[in-house]
Design a protein around this ligand. Structure first.
Ligand code: NAP
Length: 315
């Protein structure tokens, strides 16, 4: 019987592991097939505090993992297929085995929806990004494209105008899904142009390892054209990784876990942290912060204590 199982190994899950290992809970971390989470798809991370010159996303995750192991976290690889959180002990099942635990921290993150092009995958982190806040800074004075027509796409496009010389929003319809206020802001920005009724069919130049242009297909007449850009931001939404939780904890209309008072879910002893419960901030550092909260909440739950008012003195 485990004290706590942490499902997911991004910044939220590994920070929860560091804190719960240091609280002597000997956490079992089940890292998914996309171990390390979304930062594994990034190159330079410049907004993680303490790394003045930045750190590569995969390097940061390697360090977090080693730090979690240093304090006694057990980390295994597996895709969690089923959980039973209806009664203690809670059950967590992967293809490889079945685990029983007194508490669960869910940190399975959210996956950015992608276009599904081979060139998109090849150039991810090399001109293709799913996070303007993370990568916008690298596109100073450059011409870039944002794909999508929702609030995220408008938000990313507006944010990117701080750096880019021009931002072209590529949308597959002739009407935006974004809220009126975001649409108005985007339309009023002189740096933002729109390509309507268009889908991206290729991103060039994967052979050179840089973004040089995108190929757009007009869905009305099936013609294609090439648009020169040096960056592509895919902003077609995120999907929280909560399919395995249906009927187990409360989810909101978009599938995110609802949490109250820190990291508590609708089920006692089950906590959630990181992007799986946060569709607003979605930053590595906020995910890590919520992982810390989940570990402290878990520790207090297992000790039968009231939820904490303040964290300990060591960090
Ligand atoms: P979203 O509302 O689901 O919009 C996704 C957009 O991407 C849609 O325009 C959709 O086109 C397009 N799209 C989806 N799949 C595509 C594909 N395969 N190829 C090309 N285009 C594709 O997602 P979101 O913008 O991330 O927003 C999610 C939620 O968060 C929304 O409720 C939103 O209001 C909220 N949000 C709010 C703010 C804010 O208020 N500041 C900021 C960000 C997000 P169609 O329109 O044709 O379906």
């Amino acid at each position: 019987m485990e004290q706590v199982i942490i499902i997911g190994s991004g910044p939220a899950g590994l920070t929860a592991a560091i804190y719960s290992a240091r609280a002597n809970l000997k956490p079992l971390v089940i890292e998914g097939v996309d171990a390390g989470g979304q930062l594994m798809l990034t190159t330079m991370v410049e907004n993680w505090p303490g790394y003045q010159d930045g750190i590569m996303g995969p390097d940061l995750m390697t360090k977090l993992r080693a730090q979690a192991e240093r304090f006694g976290s057990k980390i295994i690889t597996g895709h969690v297929e089923r959980v039973d959180l209806t009664a203690e002990p809670y059950i967590v099942e992967t293809a490889e085995g079945r685990h029983e635990t007194r508490a669960v921290i869910i940190s399975t993150g959210a996956s950015a929806r992608l276009l599904g092009l081979p060139s998109e995958r090849a150039l991810m982190g090399h001109g293709v990004s799913t996070c303007a806040t993370c990568d916008g800074y690298f596109f100073k004075g450059k011409s870039i494209a944002v794909v999508g027509g929702g609030d995220s796409a408008m938000e990313e496009a507006l944010f990117l105008t701080k750096f880019a010389s021009k931002v072209t929003v590529v949308h597959r319809r002739d009407k935006l899904r974004a809220s009126k206020i975001m649409q108005d802001k985007a339309r009023a920005n002189p740096k933002i142009a729109f390509e309507w009724d268009s889908v991206v069919t290729d991103i060039k130049d994967a052979a050179k390892g840089v973004v040089a242009s995108i190929v757009l297909r007009d869905i009305n007449n099936d013609t294609t054209k090439e648009l020169s850009v040096e960056g592509v931001f895919v902003a077609i939404g995120h999907t929280p990784n909560t399919k395995f939780l249906l009927g187990q904890v409360d989810l909101d209309d978009n599938g995110y876990i609802t949490t109250v008072e820190g990291s508590r879910t609708s089920r006692a002893g089950v906590f959630a942290c990181g992007d799986v419960q946060d569709s607003t901030y979605r930053q590595a550092v906020t995910a890590a912060g919520s992982g810390c909260m989940a570990a402290i909440d878990t520790e207090h739950y297992l000790e039968g204590l009231p939820m904490p008012a303040a964290a300990g003195a060591d960090g």
